[in-house]
Design a protein around this ligand. Structure first.
Ligand SMILES: C[S@@+](CC[C@H](N)C(=O)[O-])C[C@H]1O[C@@H](n2cnc3c(N)ncnc32)[C@H](O)[C@@H]1O
Length: 267
């Protein structure tokens, strides 16, 4: 058999190695087998969960936070430096509870974009006057590089599949000098606090929600607690922020249950 002459091989393209893209994934917790069979199924499970609970989310949140959620969010944004005229990206915006407070602080001279994977949560967020909503994943933000003054995230870090990928995206979209702020609930420090928080979140709040709404918040709150119990501790999160290039990284915890993570993109 006569071999066909070898056609000239195209010049191999140079491989551009981006050191950040080589980063090892940092999942916020191990897969939760009681809810989905494998890590691959986690994003679809989370999206469906929030789609189902969207109509009840705000009332569940009000009960969970004993009515303090709005003030707490606004103060956290203010203390981290969010102010009038800023361009803000609120990732995993949900129904817009954190974005609403950001809009209050930026005023008409600024802008807030809310990003979320759940179409039902976004449908609620679209009711917030002045909030621009986009359906997208935290790990692939639909914003050009160096555009935002502030990236915020309220109570969603436990649902993002890879903290390293997400923080790289935050770093990319922020202008030099910009700030990332993450509000999160963390695992309580001792067994008594754990037992009390678990009882409140898994039993008391779902029961109160059932009295007020359609009861779709039950699975949401049980999953919420499961992710808090399984979540990586604050030093892993601050390490991941530093690994993505953030400086002045800090975490402030309150009542052993609430954490505020802040990082700045170097100028
Ligand atoms: C507990 S809610 C938080 C809503 C709001 N940020 C707040 O302060 O109340 C979590 C939100 O994260 C969204 N979410 C989960 N995984 C996500 C991802 N990978 N990318 C973007 N949004 C995500 C869910 O759809 C849900 O709306």
């Amino acid at each position: 058999m006569v071999k066909a002459p070898a056609s000239p091989q195209p010049e191999p393209k140079p491989v551009i190695v981006d050191p950040l893209s080589q980063t090892k994934p940092i999942p916020p917790h191990a897969p939760l087998a009681a809810y989905y069979p494998s890590r691959q199924e986690q994003p679809a499970f989370v999206r469906a969960l929030f789609n189902r609970a969207a109509a009840d989310y705000d009332s569940a949140n009000a009960i969970l936070s004993l009515g303090t959620g709005q003030r707490y969010r606004r103060q956290a944004l203010q203390v981290a430096g969010l102010c009038a005229g800023m361009q803000v990206l609120d990732v995993a915006t949900g129904t817009g509870l954190t974005a609403r407070e950001a809009l209050h602080l930026t005023g008409p001279a600024g802008a807030v974009i809310g990003v979320d994977v759940s179409e039902a949560m976004l449908a609620q967020a679209r009711r917030v006057p002045g909030l621009h909503c986009v359906q997208a994943r935290a790990e692939a933000l639909p914003v050009a590089s160096d555009r935002c003054d502030f990236v915020t995230m309220g109570y969603a870090l436990r649902h993002v599949p890879d903290l390293a990928a997400y923080f790289q995206e935050c770093h990319r979209v922020l202008r030099p000098g910009g700030t990332v702020l993450i509000l999160e609930i963390i695992r309580p420090p001792n067994r008594l606090a754990m037992a009390l928080a678990a009882f409140y979140m898994r039993v008391v709040v779902p029961a109160l929600c059932r009295l007020r709404g359609r009861g779709t918040a039950r699975t949401l709150l049980q999953y919420y607690w499961a992710t808090i119990e399984a979540c990586v501790p604050p030093p892993v999160v601050t390490g991941a922020l530093a690994g993505a290039g953030f400086t002045d990284v800090s975490v402030r915890t309150e009542l052993g249950l609430f954490a505020l993570y802040v990082g700045r993109k170097p100028r």
